[in-house]
Design a binder for this molecule. Structure first.
Ligand code: FAD
Ligand code: SF4
Length: 400
């Protein structure tokens, strides 16, 4: 984008809420098209113009080194670690590192506002993006809304408010579009705090997932696919329910994930300054990827609130991934006793730490590669980034 079209976007019109989006069924509802920045959609949309390599250079001053095994998988970074808050924030998704960093940034006036997502009064899982200006508003956004969320829909308000220093919290597809329009936002400084993201769903899809998987879908307040190969549901009464991955009703759940998430290869949020997830860390710990100096500056703000340890890696994922490919493809569901047994065995001898993260990336990238190949073959070459092609290339896929 050149400086010539600077501000032209203000004449563009946001799309109406239920109208068809430019990315059609692949739209992840990132929110860009709910603003006049729709002007840039053809270049900016993660599902129309995949440009992770170029945007890595713009953001981190270099794209990832494909010959470095960790960068191939986890993107450009200067540091990785496992961490947890010494005093977790109650009700956060994990220990609340994301909310804590955002609060520190506001309190120390590094930023004037934080783009994050609260939920509506009526529905704890219905996303409501906001620009938080107080710690209370950030805390009200804690915990995942495990649904597609139009976080970028508040971008017009940022420009109109005259804010110059902003933190945006978001998942990969939102951040790719954000980076593409970053220079048009009129900011002095943009900080980006990302989380990994995979297998997201529409609100209706979430209901189907809860109803097919949990014993009490209406009381679930929080869930996560954990490193012990089980889904952990937390209920209103504080009780925890676990369901082994291998016992999920894959045949019924096959269509539940949003088409955008079935064609996404930015699981690790390559364009954020700092990424906070869990999958590269031991059970109970969070996983932190510092991508650049801005990310380091953000993490330094909460160092004294964290316990940390180096990342570790154990086991070998390859055979498990290879076996999961045809099993997922055919929608195989094991009887619950077998699923539990398999869960116990794989937890003991299966991949841990970074190897678990690679297991999850490999299983999702192979599945998604097949999805794009079958449903959008004309987009396969351009849409799948080189790093993902290399990762997928390690496995035998059906039909090959
Ligand atoms: P908290 O302090 O609880 O803060 C959570 C933050 O997430 C809030 O600021 C909120 O604004 C933001 N948020 C909530 N929902 C959304 C949404 N739908 N879109 C954008 N932003 C949102 N990590 C992994 O390592 N592997 C995974 O497979 C993985 N899958 C994820 C899938 C989804 C849909 C999401 C939203 C996150 C996923 N994560 C994953 C990240 C992980 O679950 C935690 O969000 C992360 O570790 C931060 O935990 P916390 O306690 O520090 O966050
Ligand atoms: Fe627009 Fe975002 Fe949907 Fe792409 S993913 S069409 S940018 S709302």
């Amino acid at each position: 984008m050149t400086s010539v079209d600077f501000n032209k976007h203000k004449k563009a019109k946001a799309l109406k809420p239920n109208s068809r989006r430019p990315a059609k069924e692949l739209c992840s509802e990132c929110g860009l098209c709910d603003t006049y920045y729709i002007h840039y959609v053809k270049e900016a949309c993660a599902f129309i113009n995949q440009q992770i390599g170029e945007l890595e250079e713009q953001t981190h001053r270099r794209s990832r080194d494909l010959d470095n095994a960790n960068e191939l998988y986890f993107g450009v970074h200067q540091d990785m670690m496992a961490a947890r808050k010494q005093q977790p924030i109650e009700g956060a998704q994990w220990t609340g590192i994301v909310s804590s960093i955002a609060i520190e940034m506001l309190n120390r006036r590094l930023v004037e506002g934080v783009v994050c997502v609260q939920n509506t009064k009526e529905d704890r899982f219905q996303p409501m993006p906001v620009i938080a200006r107080t710690p209370e508003e950030i805390l009200a956004a804690r915990v995942n809304k495990p649904t597609l969320s139009p976080n970028l829909s508040v971008l017009e308000q940022v420009e109109q408010s005259g804010m110059k220093r902003l933190l945006v919290i978001g998942v990969g597809c939102q951040i790719q579009a954000l980076r593409a329009v970053e220079k048009q936002l009129g900011l002095e400084k943009l900080y980006v705090l990302g989380t990994p993201c995979v297998d997201n769903v529409t609100r209706a899809g979430l209901q189907k997932f809860l109803e097919t998987t949990s014993r009490s879908p209406d009381t679930v307040v929080h869930y996560e696919f954990m490193q012990d190969f089980r889904v952990h549901f937390k209920h209103e009464d504080g009780s925890t329910e676990t369901v082994p991955f291998f016992g999920l009703k894959t045949n019924q759940l096959k269509d539940v994930f949003a088409p955008s998430c079935m064609s996404c290869f930015d699981y690790v949020n390559s364009l954020a300054d700092l990424v906070v997830g869990y999958m590269g860390a031991p059970f109970g710990w969070q996983w932190i990827v510092v991508r650049n100096d801005t990310g380091k500056e953000m993490l330094d703000l909460v160092q004294d609130q964290l316990d940390t340890q180096p990342v570790m890696s154990q086991g070998n994922r390859k055979e498990a991934v290879q076996q999961s490919i045809p099993a997922y493809d055919k929608g195989v569901t094991l009887p619950m006793w077998a699923a539990k047994l398999m869960g116990v065995v794989i937890e003991r001898i299966g991949p841990k730490g970074l190897e678990y993260a690679r297991f999850s990336i490999d299983s999702h990238f192979t599945r998604n590669y097949l999805y794009v190949k079958r449903n959008h073959p004309e987009q396969l070459e351009e849409h799948v980034p080189e790093f993902a092609k290399r990762i997928v290339g390690q496995y035998r896929l059906p039909e090959e």
